[in-house]
Write a protein that binds this ligand. Sequence first.
Ligand SMILES: [Mg+2]
Length: 253
Amino acid sequence: MPPDAKIETDKVTTTASRAQTALHPSLDGVRAVLFDVGGTLLHPDWERLARLASRGAGREFRPSELGRKFKEMMCEVDAGMQRGEPAPEDSRKRNWVFRRVYRALEIDETTCESLSEQIDATHAERHLWCAPDDEAARVLGALKAAGLRLAVISNTEDGRLDELLELVGLKAHFDLLIDSQVVGQRKPDAGIFQMTLARLGLEPREAVFIGDSYAHDALAALSVGMRAVLLDPLDFYPDSLCPRIRTLGELIG
Ligand SMILES: [Mg+2]
């Protein structure tokens, strides 16, 4: 191959690889991308949770029904927090998210209580938030390849974030994992964001937070001076103060 042709080929290849990793404009100039986990990188095993509900309540539920109720419920929680209400009292209780989903499906309180115990048992066998988003591995790999540092901040109830990310094969992508149960602080408190930035040695403006909760992730990150991108697959937040994406794939164009 003549030398000029080689240079041309290199140019085309470089342009093509840049085009493939054209990052979302919100990531321009940042040094780190921080992620929420539940509802963002990993989803609950709705099939297992639907089977439990069907058995407990004696009627059939589709996994997609539970997924939809979950998003609606989180949207309601966000709306309350935007009105200045504190995080709901039950949000510090075990399985609060799934209890609320079951209640939203009009399952009675006694059955919800029994389902919560069954959730504990099935969760002990295999983590319930074990379904990686279809695009998570590809997006994390591309961001890492683009030279960005990656971290997560997750509100957990059991301190098993490390084990969970290992189980689903995503742990190796991350430079830092912050588990609320381990560090003793939770989102949306500013402290957990500030502590994460300090551990990464970054200023707030050097990092962007990606999450599916408007109040716990997006507004909380903005309040400490970080950038934020809201994952809003169902278009629930048209008035969002930060940019929105429908899928994680939009982060890498
Ligand atoms: Mg979430």
